[in-house]
Design a protein around this ligand. Structure first.
Ligand SMILES: *Cc1c(COP(=O)(O)O)cnc(C)c1O
Length: 402
C-alpha cells in the first residue's frame, strides 16, 4: 500500500479497509481510482537500463506475461486480505488450480484429494496429471482417517475444496492440515465457495489457497480470472517459472474489474449469505422439498464444523426435490427472478440442475457417490431483495409440486 502506508503508530488495517485500499499504487497523475495499465510491454530509456532490468539489478516491469502494475495492485490486495505472503494471478480459476497442483510435481509424485470436487479440478487430478506419471488417491474428504490412510512416501500435495460443489459438504481444514504437516506434504485449499470473507484457510494451516476471481470477487459475472496465494518461496520455486513460460496471464482489464469488485466483496457476501440462509429455511419448510443442504442450518451433518470454520453459511445452498428430475425442471422453468445458470458467486441469483449440466459427464455411479441426484438443485444466491427472492422461489416450489 505504497501511497497509504500507515505511520507506525497506526493500528493494523481491518479486512474491510484492505478490500477497498489494499495494494493501491497511484501513478504520477494521482488518480483516485486504480488505473488500468492496458499494455503488453514496457520501454527502457537506454539499452543499459534494459540490461539492468533483465538482470534484476533495477526494479521495473519487463513484459505483460510476467507482471503488470494493475495486476500487481490486485495481487497485493488479495494477499493482504487472506494474510498470505504473496499472490499470483491467472487467466481463470482453473488455470490457478492447475498451476498450483501441477507446477510443483514430478512424475512419480502422489496427490491426495477429496472426491467431491468442482468437476474440472477432478479432471485435472484424475485424467490429466496421470498422463504425466503423477499418481492420485481420491478420498471421502469428510473422513480424516481416509486422508491419513491415503498418505504414501511420495505424497507431495493434498487438495481440497470446502464447502464442496454441489452438495456443500465440509472438510475440516485444520485436521487435514495436521495430516499434511505430519507427512511433509503441502495443503492446497480451493476457497472459492466460501470466499475470504467467510473462511480463512491460512489460519487453519493451509499452505496454498486458490481462487476463481470469476465468482464472488468479480461478483457481477463479467470476467474470468484466478489467483494463487502462498509463500514467496513457493511462488519463486514453482509458480513463477511455470506462469512465465506457459503463459496463463490475467488481462489487466480483468484485474481492474476484480479490484473494483473487491471494494464491495464483504457487503455482497454478507447480504447474499443472509438471503441464502433465509431461502434455505423457506425451502426446507416446503412440502416439495426432501432435504436442504446449507452449512449454517442445524440439520447440516457438519453443523458444528460449519460454525467453527465459516463465519456465515455462505451464498450457496443445495436442495433435493421429492419429484426428481421432473420436479427439478419444473422448479427451474417456473423461476422469474432467479436465472438458470451454472455460474455462481454473482450478484444475480442463479440456479442449476447439476445432474444434467455440470455433472452430466460423470457416470451414474459417481453421481450417486457425490450425492448428485436427479432432484438436486444448486442455488447461488445473489443480493436482490430477500422478499422478492422468497416470493420467486416459493412460487417455483409450488410449480415443482404440481
Ligand atoms: C468456478 C470454480 C473453479 C474454476 O474457476 P474458473 O474461473 O471457472 O476457471 C474451481 N473451483 C471451484 C470450486 C469453482 O467454483
Amino acid at each position: 500500500m505504497s501511497d497509504e502506508t500507515p505511520a507506525s503508530n497506526h493500528p493494523p488495517l481491518s479486512p474491510d479497509t484492505i478490500l477497498v485500499r489494499g495494494g493501491l499504487t497511484r501513478s504520477q497523475h494521482k488518480e483516485t481510482s486504480e488505473a488500468i495499465f492496458l499494455t503488453s510491454g514496457f520501454v527502457y530509456d537506454t539499452a543499459a537500463e534494459a540490461e539492468a532490468r533483465f538482470k534484476g539489478e533495477l526494479p521495473g516491469y519487463l513484459y505483460g506475461r510476467y507482471a503488470n502494475p494493475t495486476n500487481r495492485m490486485l495481487e497485493e490486495r488479495l494477499a493482504a486480505i487472506d494474510g498470505a505472503e504473496t499472490c499470483r494471478l491467472t487467466a481463470s480459476g482453473m488455470a490457478a488450480v492447475t498451476a498450483a497442483l501441477l507446477a510443483p510435481l514430478r512424475a512419480g509424485d502422489h496427490v491426495v484429494a477429496g472426491k467431491a470436487l468442482f468437476s474440472s479440478c477432478r479432471w485435472v487430478i484424475e485424467t490429466f496429471m496421470p498422463r504425466y506419471g503423477i499418481e492420485f488417491t481420491l478420498v471421502d474428504a469428510t473422513d480424516i482417517s481416509a486422508w491419513q490412510a491415503a498418505i504414501r512416501p511420495n505424497t507431495k500435495s493434498l487438495f481440497l475444496e470446502s464447502p464442496t460443489n454441489p452438495t456443500l459438504d465440509l472438510t475440516d481444514i485444520a485436521a487435514v492440515a495436521t495430516v499434511a504437516k505430519s507427512c511433509g506434504a503441502r495443503l492446497i485449499v480451493d476457497n472459492i465457495f466460501a470466499s475470504p470473507i467467510l473462511q480463512r484457510p491460512f489460519e487453519l494451516g493451509a499452505d496454498v489457497v486458490v481462487y476463481s476471481t470469476t465468482k464472488h470477487m468479480d461478483g457481477s459475472g463479467r470476467t474470468l480470472g484466478g489467483a494463487i496465494l502462498g509463500s514467496l518461496a513457493f511462488m519463486e520455486e514453482h509458480i513463477d517459472p511455470y506462469l512465465r513460460h506457459t503463459g496463463p496471464a490475467m488481462s489487466p482489464f480483468v484485474a481492474w474489474n476484480v479490484l473494483k469488485g473487491l471494494e464491495t466483496l464483504s457487503m455482497r457476501v454478507e447480504r447474499a449469505s443472509a438471503n441464502a440462509a433465509r431461502l434455505a429455511d423457506v425451502i426446507a419448510a416446503h412440502p416439495a422439498t426432501a432435504q436442504v443442504r446449507y452449512p449454517h442450518r442445524s440439520d447440516h451433518p457438519q453443523y458444528d464444523l460449519a460454525k467453527r470454520q465459516m463465519k456465515r453459511g455462505g451464498t450457496l445452498l443445495a436442495f433435493e426435490l421429492r419429484g426428481g428430475k421432473q420436479a427439478a425442471f419444473a422448479f427451474l422453468n417456473a423461476l422469474r427472478i432467479v436465472d438458470i445458470s451454472n455460474n455462481l458467486g454473482d450478484s444475480k441469483s442463479l440456479a442449476t440442475h447439476p445432474a444434467t449440466t455440470t455433472h452430466s459427464s460423470f457416470t451414474d455411479e459417481v453421481k450417486l457417490e457425490l450425492g448428485v441426484t436427479d432432484g438436486l438443485i444448486r442455488l447461488s444466491v445473489g443480493i436482490e431483495d430477500g422478499d422478492d427472492l422468497v416470493g420467486d422461489v416459493t412460487a417455483a416450489l409450488e410449480a415443482a409440486q404440481a
